[in-house]
Design a protein around this ligand. Structure first.
Ligand code: NI
Length: 201
């Protein structure tokens, strides 16, 4: 009985430490991204969209990009943030045509093209889902400094598992350069207002 309680307490502690670690990493990265600026975040990627078409970052030039990394099996954070992105698109009205929202998976093993197709349409008709080989999606995540990991002890080979990942909405310019990041909690109105002012300026 006592051993079991200790085990549960230890497991909770490890969980808290992981959560604290990710939170710390997110704050640190957000600070770095704000201070070190454009060159550090984003970059070339080669992926496959949810219709099965191979795409690169160059295919999206000329439009602002809203980029979010996550995975379709995510129970809470990803659906919330993709919802925020979708609402921001709606708030933009006709200006939304100048913005391309992208959802890039950090779980390509389960997020197949067909699976992504069924998922993105739940959020917004303009949302493009991107997947690829594990190497391709890992390279994209690395370029955007996205933290992602399957916690040890979870069976990644079979069955369900969760993926720890950082959660940012990146805004990239029509030239593909990093413009800013929206952390969790950003409101759709705030994102839409920011984009609207950039399009006006
Ligand atoms: Ni998620």
């Amino acid at each position: 009985m006592t051993a079991r309680i200790i085990r549960i307490a230890l497991a909770s502690l490890v969980g808290l430490m992981i959560a604290a670690g990710i939170a710390w990493w997110q704050v640190k990265t957000a600070q770095e991204m704000t201070t070190s600026g454009a060159a550090a975040v984003g970059g070339p990627f080669a992926l496959v969209d949810h219709t099965g078409r191979p795409v690169t970052d160059a295919d999206f030039r000329g439009k602002h990009l809203l980029v979010y990394f996550g995975y379709t099996y995510c129970p809470d954070v990803c659906p919330t943030e993709l919802g925020v992105m979708a609402q921001a698109m709606d708030r933009l009205g006709p200006l939304a045509e100048k913005v391309q929202p992208l959802f890039i998976t950090v779980d390509p093993k389960r997020d197949t093209v067909a699976h992504m197709a069924g998922y993105v349409e739940l959020f917004h008709p303009r949302l493009v889902g991107l997947t690829g080989t594990p190497e391709q999606t890992a390279a994209a995540a690395k370029a955007y400094r996205v933290y992602h990991a399957v916690p040890t002890g979870q069976d990644a080979a079979g069955g369900d598992y969760l993926v720890d990942h950082s959660s940012f909405i990146y805004l990239m310019g029509p030239d593909g350069a990093f413009q800013r990041v929206f952390a969790a909690g950003a409101e759709p109105d705030q994102i839409a207002a920011d984009i609207r002012s950039r399009l006006a300026g």
